[in-house]
Design a protein around this ligand. Structure first.
Ligand code: PMP
Ligand code: GLN
Length: 383
């Protein structure tokens, strides 16, 4: 393995899902729903296969999906993108983020990330030969946020881009307009590109709503936005995503993407286009249901003795393990199947400053109510 990838090993999701399979524990680790997406979307994929949509699609994606993405950004956020030159399709958001980083940051360049960060960010920044500069999210009044001064201090002469994930995995934070303004201010002042990972754009709770960074003043022209169908339509295995950005950025990112995978599975593109056009009401129901599941899991975790942070979005709750007498989340996560028959993700793996996250584990609530109930019942035996 090349030097720049030393230390990346197996992803924590693979390790913890394998542990769940091996032990038969309830998997509240890797974030994937245990119920299928809308029937119409599943049918659209089957229909696409049956009707002969099985050869290479155009590299930038099927026009019907690019048009559906442009229509979605316009209807929901008032953002205008030309589907012909400002939208393209990627193998999930993961490839969208990877191709963006590889296209926009080179050896020695710096990319700012908010830690705890989604694990693929660190790996693709390393693949690019670039350097990550973490800004730490910390709990303030029950919610993970950052210090704007720390963000400003993270910018240096080699900073090229800021990677922004909101709603944020694993902290559960949905950035407010003020937080986004702080980020936008830094981007404008230092002429930085923002790469936004918006895969949980629909999955926000209570009063929180997703605000794309590109909607802020002066940001559309410098933001590469990434999203995907996986979370919105409960089809995480479909790995169908998209990038929207100004045409020159799209050309740059597309240059990289075409040599990573060339194109994206054609049938899933047809189905994702159908989903964006027809299934937003279904997503609204999913959002409501997930909000209830969040509260259900939090109630159970608190009863079991954890201190929890109520997320404003995503699939995940951060839980502080110290009230139960534990201090190391990695140690606990590895022992949890045996101790309690449950799998969780140790949050420290998403930090450079591992001590800031050593005492958190992440639990997923995108599961059937009875699965959540059984998991918290088991966790209650930890005391
Ligand atoms: N970004 C974040 C923040 C995620 O949580 C995930 C995983 N669900 C992804 C990207 C990956 O998305 P996709 O499966 O579309 O590649
Ligand atoms: N996004 C999912 C999570 O955070 C995992 C996806 C993966 O396995 N890479 O749980």
């Amino acid at each position: 393995l090349v030097e720049r990838m030393q230390g990346f090993g197996e992803t924590i999701f693979a390790e913890m899902s394998a542990l769940a399979v091996r032990t038969g524990a309830i998997n509240l680790g890797q974030g994937f729903p245990d119920e299928d997406g809308p029937a119409g979307v599943l049918d659209a994929a089957v229909e696409a296969i049956r009707s002969g949509g099985n050869q290479y699609p155009p590299g930038p994606g099927l026009p019907e999906l690019r048009e559906a993405v442009a229509a979605q950004r316009l209807d929901r956020y008032g953002l205008e993108y030309d589907p012909a030159i400002e939208v393209f399709v990627t193998v999930g958001a993961t490839e969208g983020v990877a191709a963006s980083v590889l296209a926009l940051a080179g050896p020695g360049d710096e990319v700012i990330v908010f830690e705890p960060y989604y694990d693929s960010y660190a790996a693709v920044i390393a693949l690019a030969g670039a350097v990550r500069r973490p800004v730490t999210l910390r709990p303030v009044e029950g919610r993970f946020t950052f210090d704007p001064d720390a963000l400003r201090a993270a910018v240096g002469p080699r900073t090229r881009a800021i990677l922004v994930n909101s709603p944020h995995n694993p902290a559960g934070t949905v950035f407010t307009r003020d937080e986004l303004e702080a980020i936008a201010g830094v981007c404008r002042e230092h002429d930085l590109i923002a790469i936004t990972d918006e895969v949980y754009e629909y999955l926000t709770f209570d009063e929180a709503g997703h605000i794309p960074l590109a909607t802020l003043d002066g940001m559309r022209e410098r933001t590469v936005s990434v999203s995907s169908a996986g979370k919105s339509f409960s089809v995480t295995g479909w790995k169908t995503g998209w990038v929207t950005a100004p045409a020159p950025h799209v050309r740059a990112v597309q240059t990289v993407k075409q040599f990573l995978t060339y194109a994206v599975s054609a049938p899933y593109q047809r189905a994702a286009a159908y989903a964006l056009r027809n299934e937003i009401p279904w997503v609204e129901e999913l959002r409501k249901s997930l909000q209830g599941k969040r509260d259900r899991l939090i109630t159970g975790l608190e009863a079991a003795g954890f201190t929890t942070y109520r997320p404003q979005g995503t699939y995940f709750v951060q839980a502080d393990i110290r009230p139960l007498g534990f201090t190391d989340g990695m140690e606990l996560a590895r022992a949890l199947p045996e101790k309690a028959g449950v799998v969780a993700i140790p949050t420290q793996v998403f930090y450079d400053h591992a001590d800031a996250g050593a005492h958190f584990v992440r639990f997923a609530f995108c599961k059937k109510d009875e699965v959540i109930d059984e998991a918290v019942e088991r966790l209650a035996r930890l005391r």
